[in-house]
Structures are given as C-alpha cells and as structure tokens.
Design a protein around this ligand. Sequence first.
Ligand code: ADP
Length: 501
Amino acid sequence: MLSEVLNHISQGVVAVSENDLVLFFNDAANTVSSDIFNEQLVIGLEIPEVRRRTSAGSMKYLLSMSRTGGEEVRAFMETQNKYGTDLYFEIVAAPFKTERHDLNNVLLLMITDVTENKVFEHKLLSQTEYIRTLFETANTMIFGLDMRGYVTQWNRQAANITGYSRDEVYARRVREFLFDDESLGLFEGYLQRILDGESVPGLEISIRSRDQKIHHLLASVTPRLSTNKVPIDVTIIGQDITELTNYRSSLETMVKLRTRELQRALTKEQEALEIRSRFVSIASHEFRVPLNSIAHTGSVLTKNVEFMAADDVRNHLNDITRNANHMSVLLDDVLEYGKKDQAKIKLVKTEVNLNEFLESIFEDVRRSAANTHKIEATLPSLEFKLSIDTKLMRSIVTNLLSNAIKFSPDKEKVYVEVRLELGQLSLSVKDDGIGIPMEEQSQIFEPFTRGKEAMEISGTGLGLSIVKKSVELMEGTLLLESEPGKGSCFTVVIPFQPIHV
Ligand code: ADP
C-alpha cells in the first residue's frame, strides 16, 4: 500500500538499510537512477556511488553524515544524461523515523529533479551579469538614487566624469556633492514630473565634478516601482554633452559676431549710399551755379568781345576766374574728404612755433574771406615749440574759422582761444552768428550734411566732416556748444608734446 503511494509521487525515494543496502525504491527513483548512480538500483544491492560526487562528498559520506547527526542532510548534484544534457538533482538523506519507531538506522534518500529551477537560476545569473557589465562598461554616466536622494549605484563612467569613486559616494546624498542649488531644483522638478507619470523628454542639467568643473548632461530618469506601484529608486543615465554644449555656445557667439559684423558692413554700405546721394545733390547745386555762370560769361565774351570795352572784358574775365576759384575750393574739399576716407593716413608731425603757425592761418583765412571779419585771438605765451601734424591742424583751424565767418554774415568779429593744460591743447573757435539748432548738432559732422538755415549760404557740407576726421586722426575730441541766433563755439582738444629748446 505504502509502496503504491510512493510510486505515484514525482520525487524519487530510496530506502537504505543500516549497512547501506537498498531496501526499497519507488518508480521515480528507478527512472532517474541511471542518471544519478553508477549502477542500476536493485533491491539488496549496496547503494551505488553517485555518477559524480555531490558537493557534500560521496553518497557514502552523505549517508554517514545523516546517521551521525541523526537528521537530514541535503546535497546538490550535477550530472548529464545520455544525450549530454545537464541535469541537477537535490538529494536529501534523512533518518526514517516515525513517532514511535526508529527503524534501525534506516535512511531515506529523497531525490528531486531541480534541473528546471537550476536552468532558470543560471539564466537569471547570466542576465544579471550581462546587465552588470552593460552598466559598468557603458560610456554614459549611470547612477542610482533611492527616494531620499542617496546614491545606490555609480558606474565607472560616473566616476570618470565626476572624479568621485564609488566608495566615496555610496550612501551620500547627491545634493551634498553633485548639484548646485539651481541644478538640484531643476532635477527634482523633472524627477517629480516623471514620478507623476508624465512622459518628459531628456533633461539638460549641469553637475559639478570634484575639480569644480561644470559638466552638462543630457539625462533621462527611470524610476523602479515596487509591486504595488510605489517608486523604490531611480536610475539616471546621463550623456556628457559638455563639449557639444561648449561647441554650441561658441557657434552661437560666432553667429552673433558675424551678424554684428554684417550689420556694421550693411550700415556702412547704407551710409556710403546716402553720402553718395547727398554728394550728387550738393554737387549738382554747388558746381552747377558757378559752372553755368562761367559758361554764360564765356558765351557773352565770345559773341561780343570785339564790341566790348576793355574794362567790361576784364570784369567778365574776373567773374570767370572767381567762379573757377570757387569751384577749385569745392573740389579741394571733396578731394581732401576722399583722402581722409581711406583712414590709412599716418600723422606727420613737425616742430612748430604754435602762435606763428596759427597767425599764418588767420592771415590766409582773412584774405580768402575778403577781410569781412576781425579774428580776435587769445593765444598762450609759449617758451617752447610743439610737435604736431601741421597739415591736419591747418585744415581744422581753416574750416572752423571759415565757417564762423561764413555763418555770422552781419557780424564783424570771430574769436579764437587757445589753451595748453595737462598735455592737451584746446582750441576754441567762436562766433556770434546764426547758431545751430539742437536737432542738427549731431548730424552736421556727417559729410554733405548742411543745416536748414545754412542753405542760403554757399557750402558743400564737407568742412566739419573733414574737421572731425582730422581730430580723430590726432586722437583728440571735438565739442560743440551752440544756440540758434546766438552763435556757436567749436572746441578741439588734442594731446601734444612740448619740445623744449
Ligand atoms: P558747409 O559749411 O559747407 O555747409 P560744414 O560741414 O562745414 O559744411 O558744416 C555743416 C553745417 O554745419 C553747415 O551747413 C551749417 O549748417 C552748420 N555749421 C557749421 N559751422 C557753423 C557755424 N559756425 N555756425 C552755424 N552753423 C554752422
């Protein structure tokens, strides 16, 4: 009856006598015996040795262990069937005891085929090993955090990037060493959204490495949930994009720079266009008037010269000369402006006695303005010479003085004041003329730009632009104070070097 029951269970059962003889074995033990034992089981036969030794030793050893200890002893064995498939068995040797009997040291061997479990266990182990290798050798930074922010995982790349070894960071909170406040806030906000079940694209965060360098990571966060869906920990995978980020920002800077350069070039181009159109309108007016006059006088002379008195002819010829001279002055202005436009001009300094030099300019200006105005000059008493670019200086003073005279037609005086202080020469040219409205004051230094009130008075709009360029070349500054109807005062301040003799 008992044997019939035992024949119906899947576990192999073998009863072994005190002197290790086989007393009984069930069907299941019979089926697996050829896989486990060296010989087929036969009743009365001495229990055969196992085909391979169990980890606890031989079959004899297993039996004796159980007998001496009086309790069950467990051993695992690994074998192969005739087809070469690995098989795993668990063998338990246990004394056969009932509540009332101790059956003379009879032992029961219970044999369970654990191959399926073992295979599963092997698979699991190799899977774990595979994941561990992936984790370790990945070229991205991977680290794990528990829900309080303590580090639980830290791969090799995390150590490489941050300079912190695994032992240093385990059981430390990331906020203590990896993130600054701003990045931490960003990271925690991002984490919360992920934990709330939102699908969020990669996050760009910055971390600080041991050597205080900032690294930019493109991070993705994956939470691990318990069976009842409570998050246990999170794994962060971060791609170091520092170089990319730096490259991107250097590109952005480059684009900004180029855009600015382009903008500047464009503005210059527009300015040039505007200047050209202003030039055309000024030239057509300023050149045409004297030119027409010359042409007209010329034709009058051609037609009537035989009938004209000598004085009339001289007057007409004088007209032609005056107009031609006027045009020549205008042309000089244009040419001079063009020259300075090249901006490659080098200063040519010569030693001069400043007061003598200025007096000679005043004389020239007075003569060309037909002595309409007196130039009242306040000059410093100097015991030394100055080293300056006389050509530029002459052009500045001549233009300012001619303007002062030109734009104060009903006045008799213009004023010049020169002062030398702290290595700087300051020269002011003042008049009591028509003055310049505030809104025009910043524009009149542009070439071919003339004030509204000035339209009645001849000019090209080049004088002040020449002054401005000359002052810039001398590394000086140009100031203007003016009030309509009251007059103007232009002041030039330039650095100078005294030459002591
Ligand atoms: P231009 O004298 O040929 O007109 P400038 O470049 O010398 O050209 O001067 C530009 C404009 O500035 C003049 O047209 C005039 O409107 C104004 N301006 C220059 N100097 C004076 C001044 N001393 N008084 C009043 N306006 C002046």
